[in-house]
Ligand binder design. Structure first.
Ligand code: NAI
Length: 292
């Protein structure tokens, strides 16, 4: 069984930074890679803040926090991932971009390494075709934010081996997560059910049935969800929601998954949700008004 002494995480956005934090807290040495230095700097700040919050709430010992921060290294050079036992990819939700990255990684990392994708919806089987190790490619789908959410959805591609599945499950459990297993069909389990609900909430807003406040309050209080669907979409990123709906629509071939025109228009206008605000913030904290 793999020990996962060294974990590589690619993409230092909202998901990758949380995954890197989990791996470091669980005792692995971690390389967090992004092509953008600003993303690396803000990941470093947000991981440090998050660990400090866990420590100040008494949910993590100071020693564990300090050791985790010392295990994290930041880079924009793919060659630094050479020693990784597993690489977890959390870059932009684009099949072409992910495949290009997996093809490069396949040449760089050691033969025994597992290549995992945190994709929300793209086929693991197809991503695996970009490599010469499809039996070692797997989906490891964390929920947002990774340090807090209890679930990891593991997706088996057509060629994923039992050994890869078992090792990845063990790692997720070491991160303190509960695992569910999905076969490789568009949207897997969670987004296959969640995204049509978010899309329908946009339709309800688009057709003037109700205000955004009433849609969210209705679903929060009426179905006992911690966040309304529009607030949740804002949190996930409207661009991410749109691309998942397109994958569901293309992959499952059913018109019911067609993205609502209002969602499309918001994304076209750059109103993608909270993360847009984070990216526009000055180092002093500047603008904080949520968008989308
Ligand atoms: P994000 O936009 O916050 O971060 C993506 C990061 O990847 C950016 O910092 C970007 O500079 C970097 N990046 C893009 N292409 C790269 C490349 N070729 N090499 C290195 N770095 C690259 O995105 P987010 O929200 O963290 O999502 C990442 C992945 O996780 C996507 O596949 C998404 O579908 C998935 N996901 C997102 C969830 C969410 O709630 N946002 C939940 C679960 C999965």
């Amino acid at each position: 069984m793999a020990e996962f002494m060294v974990v590589g995480v690619i993409g230092a956005g909202q998901m990758g930074s949380g995954i890197a934090q989990l791996a470091a807290v669980a005792g692995s040495d971690v390389w967090l890679l992004d092509k953008d230095d600003r993303a690396l700097n803000s990941a470093k700040a947000s991981i440090t803040n998050s660990i400090q919050r866990f420590v100040s709430k008494g949910q993590m010992s100071k020693e564990v926090g300090i050791n985790a921060l010392a295990r994290l290294k930041y880079t924009s050079n793919l060659e630094d991932l050479r020693s990784a036992d597993i690489v977890i990819e959390a870059i932009v939700e684009s099949e072409d971009v992910k495949k290009k990255l997996f093809a490069e990684l396949d040449k760089i990392v050691k033969g025994s390494a597992i290549l995992a994708s945190n994709t929300s919806s793209i086929s693991i089987t197809r991503i695996a075709t970009a490599t010469k190790r499809p039996h070692q490619v797997i989906g490891m789908h964390f929920m947002n934010p990774p340090p807090l959410m209890k679930l990891v959805e593991i997706i088996r591609g057509a060629d994923t081996s039992d050994e890869t599945f078992n090792a990845t499950k063990t790692l997720a459990e070491r991160f303190g997560k509960t695992v569910v297993c999905s076969q490789d069909y568009s949207g897997f389990i969670v987004n296959r059910i969640l995204m049509p609900m978010i899309n329908e909430a946009f339709h309800v807003l688009y057709t003037g049935v109700a205000t955004k406040e009433d849609i969210d309050a209705g679903m929060k209080l009426g179905t006992n969800q911690p966040m309304g669907p529009l607030e949740l979409a804002d949190f996930i990123g409207l661009d991410v929601c749109l691309s998942i709906l397109k994958v569901l629509h293309d992959g499952l071939g059913d018109a019911k998954y067609a993205p609502c025109p209002l969602l499309v228009q918001y994304v076209d206008a750059g109103r993608v949700g909270r993360k847009r605000v984070a990216k526009r913030m000055t180092p002093q904290g500047g603008e904080k008004q949520p968008v989308g």
